[in-house]
Design a protein around this ligand. Sequence first.
Ligand SMILES: Cc1ncc(COP(=O)(O)O)c(C=O)c1O
Length: 380
Amino acid sequence: MDTSHLVLTTQMHIDPQVIDLGAGQPQFSLLPLHRLQRAAEMRFRQGDPSFLQYGAEQGDGYLRLELAKFLTRGYDFPVTPENLFITNGASQGLDLICTLFTQPGDTIFVEEPSYFLALRIFADHHLRSVPIPIDEGGLSVEGLEKELARTRPVFLYTIPTFQNPSGYTLSAERRARLAALSQEYHFLIVADEVYHFLNYTAQPPMALAGFMAQGNVLSLGSFSKILAPGLRLGWIQAEEARAKAFAGCGLVDSGGGLNPFTAAIVRGLLETNELRANIDELRAVYGSRVTAMDRALRESLPGAFYRVPQGGYFFWVRLPGGRDARALLEQAERYKVSFRPGVRFSSCGGLHDYARLCFAYYAADQLIEGVERLKHALEE
Ligand SMILES: Cc1ncc(COP(=O)(O)O)c(C=O)c1O
């Protein structure tokens, strides 16, 4: 009996004949089965069943303690357990922020381009997304100021570091300016910082979470990119009073803190420094893929424009000769290669000549083969 329809999600439905450079998830071999097995065994051996009970509303206290230590070291500024609210991942954190802070019809600002599935969450909440342009230095603060003169958003959604899809990173100067503007114009900054620890060259500028004292910042973090998406575990980092406000919402009042079971296992990986070791491994693997893919793109698509990503998961490529990415996708199908067309990342139906290519799901040789197939599709 074919049961594949029961186990494959839409995100995971990839024809094995196709090299789908659109898939934005880690390769199966990079999922840390054995690290998690050891951490789970350790937790079960302790014989304390409290992680099977309803959890503390703000999230497992021991996890928050270990996570605060990890973030303090990683970000190089102090983070306390009181600043953290545990979520089922950044997507759920974003959805909860929309539930608690917005009303249908409210205006929010998003980057152009932005993470396409975040745009879907905003649509679920009937929010009006206003695009703010970005460039290689991240969000255009000038563009933001221009828009602020016209409208006040409830929040600005930004992916400041190794952005999805562009790979661009907001400069340190712009981060400071953005934080100041959020106070001057009374809007929240929802900073989706899920790629912050996946740098392959120099350290990125200080996380936007570090601007809490100078700005109205809610920072989203996740274990999806640094451990495994199936854990469904992440966090919102906020000022103490705001973190407590999340813990007072109806969702956790009824169901208890989010994901105490997984939290208790992941805590073990923090206690033993395994998370750090996992991140170091991922950085080495992904970093070498960036080099391979850059070389392949330069050789096979010399007319394409892109910046080599310094971290994250993606190459953001402007197609040669302003080609329409959706039209190319049809041709690409015949050559058994795929990608995400730029228009998916636009909140105003633009970016037709861009393609997002992910290097997390395939090994270097398949990435090179994928780019080669794209070349043939383009030549047709
Ligand atoms: C910018 C960004 N935010 C959030 C997510 C989803 O995160 P999570 O798995 O923690 O919900 C992704 C995954 O692709 C992402 O790229």
